[in-house]
Design a protein around this ligand. Structure first.
Ligand code: BV8
Ligand code: ZN
Length: 249
């Protein structure tokens, strides 16, 4: 991979780095992304399924979709891209990781702090009283086609942000703050389409941050990025870390 001199001139001495990841960082772990050719959107109408309407109108189909998504996660592991981001977190005191992913892989890779803008599919909560299930209760609902809350008997749902729902306030505020104050902003493996996450790199740019995009394709962000690295995150990120290792010894 060819990197510009400029990238490392900024990256080596930096203090505050912000990273935003999307489904592309987990693609090499075997999790289908949303919009790639073999992505989730092509098999299912995610825009329709990942909504509160779908939960209300057809809870059985809604839960079939999410149980299928959870089953995929059973045997996946973090990949080299996730581990490179754990390394970056250890190198920079002012490091913030923001993810749109709900697959829990950044935590499993070992990141100490992860801002989960769209929640976490491994957790289940009540759609009405917000009660979050414990491990034993998670076991009991596995066989139910329409799981209901043990406290109020209303519908349960994965603790993810569905389309049309607002994002967790604190996570979004912390993410916007990290975008507004960083020296470099990395947008990794995201089609940069889903709002309000897609606005984060523009907040960073408006504050003079150096914008680096890592993706196998160009996206609507590419024309606004200072550096577009076309390739797999699991290949590019370890190379960046290797070069940093030489400079930051
Ligand atoms: C909200 C959880 C309003 C569920 C998800 C403005 C204009 C138009 C529409 C809107 C707008 N503002 C809001 C909306 C509506 C909507 C939206 O943005 N729609 C989009 C489609 C236009 N936004 C919302 O509904 C949000 N809520 O704004 O509510 C509101 C406001 C106030 C008060 C109340 C309400 C909620 C959005 C969150 C939805 N939930 N997930 C679930 O997962 O089931 S979003 C879902 O898409 C995932 O979280 C995913 O992460 C996210 C974004 O997709 P990406 O991560 O980018 O994945 P994608 O497949 O698209 O791209 C993968 C990329 O990786 C590709 O570019 C590919 O090239 C690249 N890649 C592949 N392999 C690799 C790679 N790159 C590197 N290496 C590789 N190996
Ligand atoms: Zn409840």
């Amino acid at each position: 991979m060819k990197f510009t001199e400029k990238l490392f001139r900024r990256l080596v001495p930096a203090y505050q780095i912000t990273v935003l990841t999307g489904a592309g960082i987990s693609a090499e772990s075997g999790i289908p992304t949303f919009r790639d050719k073999d992505g989730l959107w092509n098999k299912h109408d995610v825009q329709k399924l990942a909504t509160h309407q779908a939960l209300q109108n057809d809870p059985e189909l809604f839960w079939e979709f999410y149980k299928w998504r959870r089953d995929i996660l059973k045997n996946v592991k973090p990949n080299l891209g996730h581990y490179a981001i754990v390394d970056l977190e250890s190198r920079y005191e002012g490091f913030t990781l923001i993810t749109q992913n709900v697959d829990n892989l950044h935590w499993e890779a070992g990141n100490k702090r992860v801002l989960e803008l769209h929640g976490n599919i491994k957790r289940t909560r009540c759609d009405s009283c917000q009660y979050v299930l414990n491990a034993d209760e998670e076991q009991t609902i596995k066989t139910l086609s329409i799981p209901r809350c043990p406290k109020c008997n209303e519908l349960l749902r994965p603790d993810v942000v569905l389309f049309g729902e607002s994002l967790p306030k604190k996570a979004l505020a912390d993410a916007q703050e990290a975008a507004a104050t960083c020296e470099l902003f990395f947008s990794i493996g995201t089609s940069a389409l889903v709002e309000p996450a897609a606005s984060l790199p523009y907040i960073a740019k408006a504050n003079g941050a150096y914008i680096v995009e890592i993706n196998i394709d160009r996206t609507p962000l590419s024309d606004h990025a200072d550096e577009v690295l076309i390739g797999k995150a699991g290949e590019i990120l370890p190379q960046i870390v290797m070069i940093l290792e030489r400079f930051q010894k």
